[in-house]
Design a protein around this ligand. Structure first.
Ligand code: ADP
Length: 447
């Protein structure tokens, strides 16, 4: 097992990883930008190294500075968290070249899944059903038109380097297509430095259902069930739950088996998430995330498995030590992503947190770096907390979530808590009756 892990991230996920390390008796190194010097992940780590100025490019994305920090402190592994360098195959490769373990899959698997076209090819070859779409990237307007005619409107143009819902544009007919193709390309170029786009059939009322996978270095693979992440705004998840209200235990077992077989065939190791769209009883692969997901706590709640601990154990060369039949699902869990944003306009609201009181009690978990006196910087992602509840069933989870939201005090900045409060009182949500477009309508009508 490792003696010391460097956590190449910030905010709640840095804290989350730090907590797992502490419970495993592993020493921790925090890295931080100048603006984060007083952040909670820095305060709680055994050691901390400043890796650059506020801009993420100069600090949390600064590979050389992070590697130097790991070398100077003698860390024997790096956990990348999510975002930043977590899906950067070059970083994972450089880390390994320095005889430091990258806590995650191999650079080759990160690379394969990082490009959506090679990811879909790999998924197809491993037996996963995919959304009908173009075979490769669409480099001319003519190629895009031809592909759309073959696939049939409506279509969705997506960035091959995509992430965070950027570079994604729908087209309902040939007139819209040229504009959408150009828009998607320019957004992809600006966001990812790669303007390549591809095309998929636009599914009209799917749910977003993803399977959590764990695989060790010796070919053992299990799934930890699904998460329903259909409540999205601008293709970004807002509230997630496990299990999905839309699946039967048989459907879960079936797709779980298909997902595990694919992972085994690809020779993938460590934690990963296979994302599907689910419509009319059918699953369609959209992408695979080769890292820990923001919404992993809902899976932890219903399985009792500490995903970060498992990632660390696997990276250290330990065997999973359990099989699919040992995994039991208990109750129902939900997670609210709380952003420092105006709950109506969604404009970021960084600033000083003047008062802070998180909820507690049975079945309530808060993952957050917030405290009274903390100043939320304007520089990074606006998510500042995750509120997770676990109940014996979906009804109890909803009642508990309402209760916990009611207790939560974050003064001084605006947050999206009021949006979550409206959401958990909404009949469609209470009935589990929503698809990926539902929240956008809800926000549009009442926001
Ligand atoms: P990103 O990597 O940018 O997050 P994804 O491929 O994971 O992109 O898709 C994000 C979200 O966009 C999905 O959860 C879904 O809501 C929507 N989406 C993606 N592909 C399709 C599609 N073919 N039809 C309808 N919606 C889609």
């Amino acid at each position: 097992m490792f003696d010391k892990i460097l956590i190449a991230n910030r905010g709640e996920i840095a804290l989350r990883i730090l907590r797992a390390c502490k419970e495993m008796g592993i020493r921790t190194v925090a890295v931080h930008s100048t603006i984060d010097k007083d952040a909670m992940h820095v305060r709680l780590a055994d050691e901390a190294v400043c890796i650059g100025p506020a801009s993420a490019k100069a600090s949390y994305l600064n590979k050389a500075a992070i590697l130097s920090a790991a070398t100077i402190t003698g860390a024997d592994a790096i956990h990348p968290g999510y975002g930043f360098l977590s899906e950067n195959a070059d970083f994972a490769a450089i880390v390994e070249e320095h005889d430091i373990t990258f806590i995650g899959p191999s650079p080759a698997h990160i690379r394969m899944m990082g490009d959506k076209i090679t990811a879909k090819q790999a998924a197809l070859s491993a037996g996963l059903p995919c959304v009908p779409g173009s075979a490769g990237s669409l480099d001319t307007e003519e190629a895009a038109l031809k592909a759309a005619e073959e696939i049939g409107y409506p279509v969705l143009i997506k960035a091959t380097a995509g992430g965070g819902g950027k570079g994604m544009k729908a087209a309902h007919n040939a007139q819209e297509l040229a504009h959408s193709w150009r828009m998607a390309r320019s957004e992809a170029g600006a966001s990812f430095g790669n303007a390549d786009v591809y095309m998929e059939k636009l599914l009209l009322h799917p749910r977003h259902i993803e399977m959590q996978i764990l695989a060790d270095n010796y070919g053992a693979v299990v799934h930890l069930g699904e998460r329903d992440c259909s409540l999205q705004r601008r293709h970004q998840k807002v509230l997630e739950e496990a299990p999905s209200a839309a699946l039967t235990p048989e459907q879960r077992a079936d797709i779980g088996q298909v997902a595990c077989a694919a992972i085994a065939k690809l020779g993938y190791r460590n934690a990963g998430t296979i994302e599907f769209l689910y419509e009319d009883g059918k699953f369609y692969f959209i992408e695979m995330n080769t890292r820990l997901q923001v919404e992993h706590p809902v899976t932890e709640a219903i399985t009792g498995i500490d995903l970060v601990r498992e990632q660390i154990r696997i990276a250290a060369g330990e065997k999973l030590g359990y099989t699919q039949k040992d995994i039991k699902f208990t109750g129902h869990a939900m997670e609210c992503r709380i952003n420092a944003e105006d709950p109506q306009t969604f404009t970021p609201c960084p600033g000083l947190v003047t008062g802070y009181h998180p909820p507690g009690g049975l079945g309530v978990r808060v993952d957050s770096g917030l405290f009274a006196g903390y100043r939320v910087p304007p520089t990074y992602d606006s998510m500042v907390a995750k509120l997770i509840v676990h109940g014996a069933n979906r009804e109890q989870a909803i009642m508990r979530l309402r209760r916990a939201i009611g207790e939560y005090v974050i003064d001084g900045i605006k947050t999206t808590l009021p949006l979550h409060n409206r959401l958990v009182h909404e009949p469609d949500f209470i009935n589990g009756d929503y698809d990926i477009h539902w929240l956008e309508r809800f926000v549009g009508h009442k926001g």
